[in-house]
Design a protein around this ligand. Structure first.
Ligand SMILES: *Cc1c(COP(=O)(O)O)cnc(C)c1O
Length: 240
């Protein structure tokens, strides 16, 4: 990056942050919410310098999709952001990230949860996880089917080095812009989960991770507590 293009790129990102923060506030107000909605910057393909700029400007929570890319970039992140892993995670890669992230959003099988637990125990920590739900019940997507959620939730309690914090979803993209029915379904699953785990110290269900660049305001109106934003924050990606 030249000095100049870098400056203009940063000012665009600065404007994006302000706009997104305002939109989040507006969506909260429209739905009468006074609780916290966290903004996550999704960093895939983004230059670490730009990520660091966003951290300095208030985006202190980052979402990582790819293990190798994260390991390559993390030393260049400034300002000690909180990092969550949000991408597809193979069991054999858990060991590389276990002590470098604060939460894993993509826990989608008992096998993966068992490995997270094993590696967390070895590292002497307790890992916060979200169960990824395949809310559109799409064959091409990962995630736990909604009707299997209760069973997996109950099993998570058997693993002493993971703590279930809530649910995550990437709903189907609909041309009419109506991921809203999926957000509503997720909200219902989440409130059921909260009710079932309330008062049980093995759980701390406070996080519903849903909403991306194209639909985060709708997700907030349907109860999201954490929106994961990439392109609206950092600009269009060349690849996914
Ligand atoms: C890429 C990605 C996002 C952000 O997508 P945008 O549409 O660019 O905001 C959010 N969540 C996950 C899991 C992703 O992989």
């Amino acid at each position: 990056m030249t000095e100049r293009s870098s400056d203009s790129k940063l000012s665009v990102v600065g404007d994006n942050i302000k706009r997104i923060e305002e939109n989040i506030e507006k969506a909260k107000q429209e739905s009468g919410r006074t609780d916290t909605v966290r903004l996550m910057g999704v960093t895939k393909t983004v230059d670490p310098e730009i990520v660091s700029f966003s951290v300095r400007n208030g985006v202190t929570l980052l979402g990582e999709n790819r293990v190798q890319e994260f390991l390559d970039k993390r030393d260049r992140y400034e300002g000690s952001p909180e990092v969550h892993f949000i991408g597809g995670l193979q069991t054999n890669k858990v060991k590389y990230i276990i002590d470098k992230v604060k939460m894993i959003h993509s826990a989608n099988s008992e096998k993966l949860i068992a490995e997270i637990d094993r590696r967390a125990a070895a590292a002497g920590l307790k890992m916060d996880i979200l169960i990824e739900v395949n809310i559109g019940e799409e064959e091409s997507k990962s995630g736990v089917m909604p009707d299997m959620l209760d069973e997996l939730t109950a099993k998570v309690a058997e693993y002493g080095n993971v703590r279930l914090r809530g649910l995550m979803a990437i709903p189907p993209v609909n041309v009419n812009g109506s991921s809203e029915i999926y957000f509503e379904k997720m909200y219902r699953l989440f409130t059921d989960l909260c009710a079932r785990t309330a008062g049980d110290g093995r759980y701390l269900t406070d996080t519903l991770s849903m909403g991306m660049s194209g639909d985060y305001e709708a997700a907030i109106r349907h109860g999201s507590t954490l929106v994961r934003i990439g392109s609206a924050l950092y600009g269009q990606r060349i690849y996914r």
